[in-house]
Design a protein around this ligand. Structure first.
Ligand SMILES: [Fe+2]
Length: 225
């Protein structure tokens, strides 16, 4: 009996031990998995913070560096205002370039030859002016506009889509637009001088002379007699 009781006790102890160990044997496995997951999450969180930090601080470092490098004696807010005006001028120049180019293509009539050539010379001149204005904006530390949507937003020159006027109206339209730009330039020259920007003042003075010459060549087609 004692031997039987001993076996039963050992058996029951073994079952109890087995049930305890068997009940929690998943625990180390789960803990290991949790630690691994936690490590992964910590690693991903750290990586995210590192990338976010670089993304946020790098432009600030670049901007500070650019600001330190930009020291031409004109305050940033004045350079910004002048650049805005130059971008508005750029838009009108582009509109005039497009109109002159279209007239070059579609001109008809007894003066086709000389007007076809004149319009080409004028849009080529305007193309050079456009490039100069955009680069002047960059020289002042800002970005030049350059898409058709931006040009439409800034320009004040009026277009006439779908219309192909006669040669006399073409000349009158171009003359009106040239003179509009001349007056815009005159205001911009005064503005640049008022803001202490001698470079833009000189640059625009050169451009206004070119526009005045183009306007004269258009105006000269009409005689007072
Ligand atoms: Fe052509």
């Amino acid at each position: 009996m004692e031997a039987i009781d001993g076996r039963l006790r050992r058996l029951s102890c073994t079952r109890v031990q087995r049930s305890i160990v068997g009940g929690y044997e998943w625990l180390p496995l789960i803990l290991r998995k949790m630690m691994k997951q936690a490590n992964n999450i910590l690693f991903l969180a750290g990586l995210f913070l590192l990338i976010a930090g670089i993304t946020v601080t790098q432009p600030m470092v670049n901007n500070n560096l650019k600001n330190k490098m930009m020291n031409i004696g004109i305050p940033e807010k004045n350079r910004q205002k002048i650049s805005n005006r130059l971008n508005a001028l750029l838009a009108n120049e582009f509109a005039l370039f497009a109109k002159t180019n279209k007239y070059h293509w579609n001109i008809e009539g007894k003066h086709f030859g000389p007007l076809h050539t004149l319009f080409q010379k004028q849009y080529e001149m305007i193309a050079q002016i456009i490039d100069g204005i955009a680069e002047r904006v960059r020289s002042l530390g800002f970005k030049a506009i350059g898409t058709l949507v931006e040009f439409v937003e800034y320009m004040t020159i009026v277009e006439e889509p779908g219309k192909n006027p006669d040669e006399r109206t073409m000349i009158l339209n171009l003359l009106a637009d040239q003179q509009k730009i001349i007056n815009q330039l005159r205001n911009d020259i005064d503005f640049a001088m008022d803001k202490g920007d001698a470079g833009t003042n000189n640059f625009l003075t050169d451009i206004i002379e070119k526009h005045e010459k183009m306007a004269w060549m258009l105006r000269a087609h009409f005689s007072e007699q």
